[in-house]
Design a protein around this ligand. Structure first.
Ligand code: ADP
Ligand code: MG
Length: 798
């Protein structure tokens, strides 16, 4: 069988002759299209370009042929095109002739079949073991590419595995030992505690414990070796509360003695299995082709894609891991930037409103406060857009409680005064109800008719509301997404406000913008301006960078869990004063074998509190397993002061506003991210009452202590985001963060400022020189852009 390189040559020559002969399509019998069809899969992109060649005009043929030839060009040589655009920068290749030789593609390391990676595992073209398609399919890995791009979610440093005697005084550790025995017992609370007795190679002993995972008993055979990571405890003897472990099945080279990636696995699918599959795949592919030319890699100090993909799975050291992350994040941002820039459509038209000073005065006169300078500035920007015939596409950003809703209400008032309707979309029904109350509060006194439309309302109610929307009886409608997606016909929609606590992908936003008139997006995520400009590159930006005056800072205290009772006593005091309180517990991730004993679950907490708190204290519980209706009901009753204390998981995190609540208690605070803690704290201090936030933390290291102290010390979300970055170490690169942005897997908008700046600069330059990325060198980049759009289920931008 011919190699890809041979096929490429076989194809290139006739195409070049075709060019020389003036595009007559007579160099091969049957025409070029037929010839190209014979070379098969590796050149599918060329086939696409040449399809229908015989029927084209000479000009079109010339254009197609050049594109096809570009695709056949090895990337590295044509990337010089890029370099010549940058005369002021020294060209590393040219100043170093030896280097540019090594730049030539190595014939033995030609690209693998470009479509191979996208094949389903079922084809078994790369042998990952008979069971691989099924086993990996269970965790969503369908193609070879999925496997390569399923990066570890965190890393454990197992380069040096300490002997048991060296564990004294350590917080967490990874150990290796042989199982000498095991025992399962039931605690009083009905918790199953599983113990395995381990011996290290010096004969020292340690007891490994698991909570509530009885099924593990079958796996822990005496005589087998395990590698376990967990919390070191000094009980009667040395103990390890295991958070993750692996049986050492002889693949030690992948699982021990190195920095080891830990994947998102499932019961029944071991870490070792995934690691071995990835390793086999990496062995089978000689080189992953790069979509960036070498010159660019050097300029931006990036390792090759090949190196990055290998190192992200099996890093030799921390530096290699960091370099791999840097490269892969850069790709994510670059491709995101390109997509944002390519999809921007500034030609859309919106409404053209008349803004009358009198209307604004009227609006302000009914407010119980005066707008802050920052609110005024933001409003000016918004009104400017509303006056212009172009569509408003603006982001209103401001920390929790900065007064975004009031600004949005003013804009809605203006729209209604121009004989249009306004709509506000919230991410959840709880928030929709809340916005409905707030907007009614602002707008009802001005004679506006505000209505609410929710998916969970009864058929009849919904039909009635829809009727009022269609007839124009209603001026302002609040609802969830259903508001714009379903059978809702507006009489005259002029302004749509979107409360984007959950973030949209670029593409979803683009669709929204296309379907809507003037659009205002609100976000409370504290990300620095440059980053906001990037991710929201298709929106204008207004920032409210000032809190309303007289806002009392929320008194924040960090306490040990031994002080829990004092905290509860304090809570009861607040409740007796007529206030209400939240108590938030961390979410239990079922997929992870966490140390149950350390997590205070919602239900448990609720039960405990019923016993601890005075009987007069009315307590309710809210957790993620409840239906939307149930959650809504609880929140409404909390708002109505039907009860005093709400025990909940983080489902209340998003902008819930209950002004009478003055105390936020957070259990196991060490398990939350800093910005999450900041958001949670923002749930109190929303009314006139002095408010408090108490972080209750279990055992914690110095580092955790420092992290939590940031929340205690600072109140500004932007500052907290920055401190968070300073404090995070390499092991946590991918820790608990959830970007919430479908385009980003590794990249983090609030953390990767430098990379974002660089990739943005590059994307701008690329498109400045070549608006549709048609240059030959960019073919692979373009293909990558396409591929990612498709895998994200998005429209292709080019
Ligand atoms: P955000 O939506 O940004 O979280 P809101 O608009 O909900 O903030 O405002 C938070 C609280 O601050 C509300 O109770 C609101 O009435 C109040 N508020 C808004 N603007 C001002 C202001 N300029 N002065 C005083 N209080 C304000
Ligand atoms: Mg709000």
């Amino acid at each position: 069988m011919a190699t890809v390189n041979e096929l490429r040559e076989r194809l290139k020559r006739p195409l070049e002759r075709e060019r020389a002969s003036g595009y007559q399509d007579d160099v091969v019998v049957g025409g070029l299209e037929k010839l190209v069809a014979t070379v098969g899969r590796p050149f599918r992109d060329v086939q696409e370009v040449i399809a229908g060649y015989g029927d084209l005009s000479v000009e079109e043929r010339a254009e197609r042929l050049e594109r096809a030839l570009g695709m056949l060009e090895p990337l590295t040589t044509s990337s010089d095109v890029w370099n010549t655009r940058e005369p002021d920068k020294p060209d590393p290749d040219r100043s170093n002739p030896e280097k540019s030789d090594s730049d030539k593609p190595d014939p033995d390391k030609s690209d693998p079949d470009p479509h191979l990676l996208d094949e389903p595992l079922e084809t078994q073209r790369i042998d990952l073991g008979q069971q691989a398609p099924k086993k990996l399919g269970d965790i969503g890995i369908v193609s070879y590419r999925d496997l390569i791009y399923s990066f570890p979610k965190r890393y454990e440093d197992r380069r040096v595995i300490p002997s048991f005697s060296a564990l004294q005084g350590q917080d967490t550790a990874t150990v290796a030992g042989t199982i000498t025995g095991r025992k399962a017992t039931k605690s009083k609370r009905g918790l199953v505690v599983l113990r395995a007795f381990l011996e290290d190679k010096h004969g020292a002993k340690l007891t490994a414990t698991w909570f509530n995972q009885p099924w593990l008993e079958k796996q822990l055979f005496p005589g087998s070796r395990i590698i376990a990571t967990g919390k070191v405890k000094q009980g009667r003897g040395l103990e390890l509360n295991v958070t993750s472990f692996e049986l050492d099945d002889g693949t030690e080279s992948l699982s021990a003695g190195r920095i080891v990636g830990v994947y998102a696995a499932k019961p029944g699918l071991s870490q070792a299995y995934i690691r071995r599959a990835v390793d086999r795949l990496l062995q089978a592919v000689s080189r992953f082709p790069d979509h960036l030319p070498k010159t660019l890699l050097e300029r931006y100090d990036l390792v090759s894609l090949d190196e990055a993909l290998r190192a992200i799975h099996f890093p030799n050291d921390e530096r290699a891991l960091q370099r791999a992350l840097r490269r892969l994040k850069f790709d994510e941002f670059l491709l995101l930037e390109l997509r944002v820039m390519l999809s921007r459509d500034t030609s859309l038209l919106g409404k053209q409103f008349r803004v009358r000073t009198d209307d604004l005065k009227t609006f302000e006169s009914t407010l119980p406060f005066t707008l802050t300078k920052a609110q005024r500035r933001a409003l000016q920007g918004i009104l400017g857009d509303m006056e212009s015939p172009k569509q408003m596409a603006r982001l209103l950003q401001g920390d929790v409680g900065s007064g975004k809703t009031a600004v949005a209400a003013a804009a809605m008032y203006v729209a209604v005064k121009n004989d249009h309707q306004a709509a506000l979309m919230a991410p959840t029904e709880i928030l929709a109800r809340q916005h409905y109350l707030n907007l009614t509060h602002y707008l009802y006194p001005l004679g506006l008719r505000v209505d609410l439309l929710l998916g969970t309302m009864g058929q009849r109610d919904r039909r009635e509301v829809r009727g009022r929307i269609a007839s124009g009886e209603v001026d302002v409608v609040v609802g969830t997404h259903a508001l714009i997606q379903n059978d809702v016909a507006f009489y005259r929609l002029g302004l749509a406000v979107i409360d984007e606590e959950h973030r949209f992908g670029v593409e979803q936003r683009r669709k929204l913008l296309q379907d809507l008139p003037d659009v205002l997006v609100m976000s409370a995520t504290p990300i620095p301006r440059s980053l906001a400009l990037t991710y929201y590159g298709d929106l204008e930006l207004s920032i409210i960078d000032e809190l309303p005056p007289g806002r009392q800072p929320i008194k924040t205290r960090l306490v040990n869990d031994s002080k829990r009772r004092d905290v509860y006593r304090f809570a009861w005091g607040e409740i007796q004063k007529g206030r209400q309180a939240y108590l938030v517990t961390p979410l239990i991730e079922e997929s992870e074998s966490e140390t149950m004993a350390d997590i205070v679950s919602t239900t448990q907490m609720y039960d405990d509190l019923r016993l601890i708190m005075p009987p007069a204290c009315r307590i309710e519980m809210l957790h993620g397993k409840m239906s939307g209706e149930e959650k809504d009901d609880i929140m409404n009753r909390f708002r109505a002061r039907d009860f005093d204390l709400l025990v909940s998981t983080t489902v209340i995190e998003v902008g819930v506003d209950i002004p009478n609540a003055s105390l936020m208690m957070i259990e196991n605070a060490e398990r939350f991210g800093l910005s999450q803690l900041h958001q949670l704290r923002g749930r109190v201090g929303r009314g006139e009452h002095e408010s408090y936030c108490v972080l209750i933390a279990g055992d914690r290291s110095k580092k955790t202590q420092h992290r939590l102290e940031v929340i205690e010390k600072y109140t500004d979300g932007f500052v907290i985001a920055e401190k968070d970055l300073e404090l995070r170490g390499p092991g946590e690169v991918r820790g608990t963060r959830q970007s919430g942005v479908p385009d980003l897997v590794l990249g983090d908008l609030s953390q990767d400022g430098e990379l974002i700046e660089q990739s943005r600069e590059l994307a701008k330059k690329m498109l400045g020189a070549d608006p549709k990325l048609d240059a030959a060198w960019a073919a692979r980049l373009k293909a990558e852009l396409k591929r990612r759009s498709v895998s994200l289920g998005l429209r292709e931008v080019i």
